[in-house]
Design a protein around this ligand. Sequence first.
Ligand code: ATP
Length: 319
Amino acid sequence: MKKIGVLTSGGDAPGMNAALRAVVRMGIHRGHRVFAFYNGFKGIVENESTEMYNRSVGDILTRGGTIIGTARYPEFVKPEIQKQAARNFKLLEMDGLIVIGGDGSFRGALELKKLGIAVLGIPGTIDNDINGTDSTIGFDTAVDTVLDNIKKLRDTASSHQRTIIIEVMGRTSGWIALKSGLAGGAEAIIVPEMPFDLEDLIHRLESGIARGKKHSLVVLAEGVMSATELSDKMKDAMGFTANTVVLGYVQRGGSPTASDIILASRMGARAVDEIASGMSGVMIGLLKGELVTTPFEEVIAEPKIIDPNLYHLAMALVH
Ligand code: ATP
């Protein structure tokens, strides 16, 4: 019987609750005790934890967000705060910790590992910018949310013969823009991984209009520039103003898709078995349909960039 801690950290993502439920229920099923720390690493530092039971995670499977809270807790980069966390964790006589979050969270997890704590990661972030997994928990839901908005905006763009720029999340990663833009048939997709070429964009939009297109939708990842900045650049070149929509936090919310719930359930259950068998310092991922583990060092070495083939496909199909 082991004592396993679990926390959610970084930006919230739909499916984090499903992962938590899987950790708790598989943990109890295997005869372990599971404790949740509130608000990410802050919960360890401030000793805010509670034992979880099967009923503690009842009715959360399809709920967005995370019932145990998450936090951007920049203080955790300080070695003395990390040492405090490690001390607290050891005093609770925990055997291991499962961290559900993004690459920043795994940097924190790696520091705890260096301080002698067994730590396992589960990729929970809408960004899908994590190496070692084909998809992160929450990404599929975020893409669906953006797609839903693209469809609504297309209705109005088409009725008024408008050009609309839709700014989506992705500071360093264009995954959400790419997949939602491909699925939504956007006339242009602008991502940090590809060079931005204003002339090419204008040409693409103008030739679409010349061919009789009633609307133009541009999906823009926030990391490249803001929708307003792009609109200003386009105005000078095209002579009219594109409308701008910033989707913002709606992309994080909502009920997770079936795909995210299943991914979260598989990863959560696997994380329990890995940590109980003594594994540490790795993230659970899903590669080509199989659950695998990848060391944190590899996971955080560089962000996972978009698949250029998918980008070129999207661009080829909008003519
Ligand atoms: P998302 O992809 O949704 O942004 P994330 O896990 O990358 O999720 P961050 O805010 O980057 O989100 O990181 C989450 C938390 O992890 C931070 O608030 C901090 O507590 C911890 N963390 C991040 N980077 C480090 C680091 N270099 N060393 C120690 N802890 C870190």
